[in-house]
Ligand binder design. Structure first.
Ligand code: 3PG
Length: 307
């Protein structure tokens, strides 16, 4: 009977699926992460979200590990080079949380446009600012504006469908996918930067995408462009984003992710009135979590059948 440890919070249904398939399951999502290396040798498999870092000491001590399940998309919390060398299978759930992340990106489109976060903060901080805010928060409609997608995979496409239903146009660039049924694909990222009113990033963080959006890219954007990052923090150069916000070239930076998470308390983006922040919650919906948890369990079970 394979032994599996679940080290990050999943939907309980995943436990049921694994037990039904004959796995011995340790639900250890409340266990402090530093304890994991002491017990990991007992397990044939582990399922994580992004909180557990499967690398370094944990991987060294995981002498019996055969399968790692990632309930989610990004594999940047797993040392893939070492797992590959050791023949440990890594499986994830690439489609499970697509809609959840796309809905958060859509929230960013709408929240930045009407500046509801600024209004809320100001009025809560000083109820007397109500009238000033009513005058100041004069915005525009999203209808007729252009959404630019950098990365047009599942999430980018889902966001495009939603925004088009609200009257927006959608243009996109993706190095690996030159065609898309709902997005007007362009041949370069520059075309997106120059022509979009809202730019949403949907890419993994790699050596190629690190700091892909910095001062040269901000300079190409229309003044006041809204940049949405529900992908990975390191894709955007945060210092240069701050400068672009200060100059007004960037209208809003809406981000679910930071280069370092949690961000340092003195990160100037945290204080900027045109930054909208969510704490890496893109995939955190009841529905997305249920799909990711169950699919991760199923994929681990399949992986064991193939061993
Ligand atoms: C992912 O890569 O799936 C998302 O960034 C969500 O990660 P999470 O497991 O922290 O919700």
């Amino acid at each position: 009977m394979p032994k599996i440890i679940l080290s990050d919070k999943l939907n309980e249904k995943a436990v049921e699926v694994l037990k039904d398939a004959g796995f011995e399951v340790n639900v250890a999502w409340d266990l402090p992460k530093e304890e994991l290396p002491h017990i990991i040798a007992d397990y044939d498999a582990i399922i994580v979200r992004s909180a557990t870092k499967v690398r370094g000491l944990l991987l060294e001590k995981a002498v019996n590990l055969k399968v790692i399940g990632r309930a989610g998309v990004g594999l940047d919390n797993i040392d893939l080079e070492t797992t590959m060398q050791r023949g440990i299978k890594v499986v994830n759930t690439p489609a499970a949380t697509t809609n959840s992340v796309a809905e958060l990106a859509l929230t960013m489109v709408l929240a930045s446009t009407r500046d509801v976060v600024k209004g809320t903060c100001e009025i809560k901080g000083n109820p007397e600012s109500y009238k000033t805010m009513k005058k100041e928060l004069f915005s525009r409609e999203i209808d007729g504006k252009t959404l630019g997608l950098i990365g047009t995979g599942r999430i980018g496409t889902s966001l495009a469908v939603k925004c088009k239903a609200l009257g927006m146009g959608a243009i996109g660039y993706d190095k690996f996918a030159p065609e898309n049924p709902v997005i007007d694909m362009k041949g370069s990222m520059e075309e997106i930067l120059k022509n979009a009113d809202y730019i949403s990033l949907h890419l993994p963080l790699t050596s190629e995408t690190k700091h892909m959006i910095g001062k040269d890219q901000f300079a190409l954007m229309k003044p006041g462009t809204v940049l949405i990052n529900c992908a990975r923090g390191g894709i955007v150069n945060e210092e240069e984003a701050f400068e672009a916000l200060q100059s007004g070239q960037l209208g809003h930076y809406c981000t679910d992710v930071f280069e370092k998470e949690p961000p340092a308390a003195d990160n100037p983006l945290l204080k900027h009135e045109h930054v909208i922040i969510s704490p890496h919650i893109g995939a955190q919906t009841a529905e997305g979590n249920m799909r990711a948890s169950v699919q991760a369990a199923e994929r681990v079970i399949e992986a064991f059948k193939e061993l």
